[in-house]
Structures are given as structure tokens and as C-alpha cells.
Write a protein that binds this ligand. Structure first.
Ligand code: SAM
Length: 255
């Protein structure tokens, strides 16, 4: 790993790595943060991906390093200035790239596993971490920025959202997860939540592992897991369950 995460702009991993995450933030010290550990951290060390973090404040125009101002029309809080953010974005994407520029915001399209797969299949992405009440709308329009939400709740800044999205992308990069086939049956990969898991001991606080999992009959285990995945999805996520039925109806309707 190179660069100094404490000193403002920095980098971790190798810039020529296959997949590259660039983060624009007012808090560069929050990176790589948890991405330096475990699976993502090992992949960073192994140069399967790289991380660059840029301090938006470096693009402020005045001696105070102002990045925000009061909202036109009144109301609480502050808004990130479009001129400062545009300068930071332009510096980050200088040289040209087909990689998406993504603003993390509760107003964005909710992130899905299929979008994670698409982003991971590309060359990388640039992530803009908002603060305050958010950013001036005009910079989002003028730079053609994708707006992405990580859920229906409000965080105090986009950094934790960016970390979550990067983590989700990195773990589906080739060679990051040891047994790649373990990803195929994960939640959301086939429109279902995953089946429940069990390990030793066989009996825990009076609860036994379902007998079918000890049977050694792979076909029975496969269909039990499928049935459990369907039951859990039906009970917990009516939206996913409805989407699955819609997809299979569409597939059947195709000539
Ligand atoms: N006023 C904004 C609203 O009501 O939509 C919330 C601003 S929030 C306090 C500050 C920043 O946190 C946002 O600009 C965004 O970058 C980030 N953020 C908060 N919640 C998020 C979420 N659910 N998904 C992605 N980013 C989020």
C-alpha cells in the first residue's frame, strides 16, 4: 500500500490494477478504513484493485477553504458548492475514462446486486461523498452523474456509503473470493435471499441441524436449500418475490 491516508489526497494499492475506485471526500482520513482489512484489504495488497482518495477541499477557491454555502430559498443546513465540487470531479476524471461517476445520496436509485456486478465488470468508478444537506443540483446535471442510494435511511455523509459500495464491488472481482461458486448462490444473485446455514456442533442449545443436510444426498440438499430460499424470500421480501415471478412470466411469454 502506498500514499498517506492522513495527509489529504492519497492512494492505496497499485494504480494500474484491474479495478480502480476513486473517492472524492471532505474526510480522506476515513479511507481506506475498513477496506484495508480482511478480503478487500488482501485484494488491495495483491493489486487486484486500487484506491485513490481526493480531498474536495483542495479545490476550494478562497483562503478559508470554503466548500459549502447557505441554500438559496432558505432552510436549514448548508449545501456543497457546485464550482468546488465540479473542479474536484474534473481533476479526478482528467485523462478520460468510461468509468461511472457516482454521487451517493438517499435520493438516488437504490443499489442492487446486478448494478454491483455491472460496476465491478468495468474499469472502476469514481464516488462522490456528500456532506451537509447535499450538493448543488447543477453539478450533478452538468457532469452527468449517476445518483445511488444504499438504503432508505439518512447517513451523516457519503463516506460509509462509498465504503459499502466499493466493498460489494471488490468481493465480486475475479480471484477475490477463494471459491467463486460460493457467490453464485448468495442473496440477490438469482432474485432470492440465500438459504440458512449450519455448521458444527450438530446440536446447539437443543436445536439440531436439519437432517437433510447430514444425508449426503446432494440433490435433496439442493432442493431443500432452494425451497428454504424461496420461503425466506416470500416471507421477508415481497418485492423480490414479486420481481422473480414477473421475470419468470416474461421468460415464459417470449416466443
Ligand atoms: N438532505 C439529504 C436528504 O434528505 O436526502 C441528506 C443529506 S446527508 C445528511 C449527507 C450526505 O450523506 C449525502 O449528501 C449523501 O452523500 C450521504 N448519504 C446519506 N444517506 C445516504 C444513503 N442512504 N445512501 C447514500 N448516501 C447517503
Amino acid at each position: 500500500m502506498s500514499g498517506d491516508p492522513r495527509g489529504g489526497n492519497g492512494a492505496a494499492g497499485n494504480a494500474s490494477a484491474t479495478w480502480r475506485a476513486t473517492v472524492l471526500t471532505l474526510y480522506p482520513e476515513m479511507f481506506p478504513g475498513p477496506l484495508a482489512g480482511a478480503l478487500a484489504g488482501r485484494a488491495l495488497e495483491n493489486r487486484i484493485w486500487s484506491l485513490e482518495f481526493l480531498d474536495i477541499r483542495d479545490h476550494a477557491h478562497d483562503k478559508h477553504g470554503s466548500v459549502d454555502d447557505q441554500p438559496f430559498g432558505g432552510g436549514p443546513g448548508m449545501v456543497m458548492r457546485p464550482d468546488v465540487l465540479a473542479a474536484a470531479i474534473d481533476a479526478a476524471v482528467a485523462g478520460g475514462s468510461a468509468a461511472p461517476v457516482i454521487y451517493l445520496t438517499p435520493r438516488g436509485v437504490p443499489l442492487s446486486q446486478s448494478r454491483v456486478r455491472e460496476i465491478a465488470a468495468g474499469e472502476g468508478a469514481t464516488f462522490i461523498c456528500g456532506r451537509f444537506e447535499g450538493v448543488d443540483e447543477r453539478v450533478l446535471e452538468s457532469r452527468g452523474i449517476e445518483e445511488m442510494s444504499i438504503g432508505d435511511y439518512v447517513l451523516s455523509g457519503g463516506e460509509i456509503a462509498a465504503l459499502a459500495v466499493i466493498d460489494a464491488c471488490v468481493r465480486v472481482l475475479p480471484e477475490v473470493v477463494g471459491a467463486a461458486e460460493s457467490l453464485d448462490e448468495e442473496s440477490f444473485e438469482n432474485g432470492l435471499l440465500e438459504y440458512p446455514h449450519y455448521t458444527r456442533p450438530r446440536s446447539f442449545e437443543g436445536k439440531d441441524v436439519p437432517a437433510v443436510l447430514l444425508s449426503g444426498d446432494h440433490e435433496r440438499i439442493r432442493s431443500w436449500r432452494r425451497a428454504e430460499a424461496e420461503k425466506t424470500t416470500r416471507e421477508r421480501r415481497a418485492d423480490l418475490w414479486a420481481g422473480m415471478h414477473l421475470r419468470s412470466a416474461n421468460t415464459r411469454a417470449k416466443p
